[in-house]
Design a binder for this molecule. Structure first.
Ligand code: CA
Length: 232
């Protein structure tokens, strides 16, 4: 059963989220603060997805996101906020969140987003399909399909699941311009409710990790008005 961590200080909202996720078949752990969340979170706890409210008493959702991401590159993180400020959205995504939802949201939107993220982060364990073997090579880079790690000159680079999927898409389309819409559809799914800007934020984060000079990228090249092209 997929494990979801729900961190929200407003009891009524947290209960509705938890109830609906349990009803959809998820194993839900609730926390009313970041401190409570950290007490139950460990990489061994194997949460698939965490929903983090931004405005929390004590430590806020952004700091919690950074902390969870330090401990786990693979957990899927959705930020929840009453704010609609674009800067909050970008900030949440740039520090390691995978998605962002603005309150109030409908139950169907919640389930669609969580479902899409669960599929993306899909733990390769037990009854699941066996992990694909092998590496995709591209210039100085190697993408290890089993460990889901990227290597540059044999140096490991930690990627989130979303970043890994974007790299996989690039590596299987070398030299071709890939449309932002196509990246969004392939990585986030056709039913994604959000904005295509989420692609740009993840590309910016990938460049920070893999480019020698992120401000003058050589590997992930912008194709203006269209998308991105991978150059090994
Ligand atoms: Ca709150």
């Amino acid at each position: 059963m997929r494990k979801i961590l729900v961190v929200e200080d407003e009891d009524a909202i947290r209960e509705v989220i938890a109830l609906n996720l349990r009803n959809a078949g998820y194993d839900v752990t609730e926390a009313a603060s970041a401190e409570q969340a950290l007490a139950v979170f460990s990489p061994a706890a194997c949460f698939d997805v965490a929903l983090l409210d931004i405005m929390l008493p004590g430590m806020n959702g952004f700091s919690l996101c950074e902390s969870l991401r330090r401990d786990s590159a693979t957990i899927g993180i959705i930020m929840l906020s009453a704010k609609t400020l674009e800067s909050d959205k970008i900030r949440g995504l740039s520090i390691g969140a995978d998605d962002y939802m603005t309150k109030p949201f409908s139950v169907s939107e919640l389930l669609a987003r969580v479902g899409a993220l669960v599929r993306r982060v899909g733990r390769q364990d037990a009854a699941d399909t066996p992990a694909p073997e092998g590496r995709i090579l591209s210039g100085a880079f190697a993408l290890d399909l089993k460990s889901r790690m990227l290597y540059k000159d044999d140096r490991p680079i930690d990627l989130t699941q979303v970043e890994f999927q974007i790299m996989e898409l690039f590596f299987t389309s070398p030299g071709a311009a890939v449309a932002r819409d196509k990246i969004l559809e392939r990585v986030w799914g056709e039913k994604y409710f959000g904005d295509v800007k989420i692609v740009d934020v993840n590309i910016r984060r990938l460049r920070m990790k893999i480019e020698d000079e992120p401000s003058a990228p050589r590997h992930i090249v912008t194709v203006w008005g269209y998308g991105y092209r991978w150059n090994a």
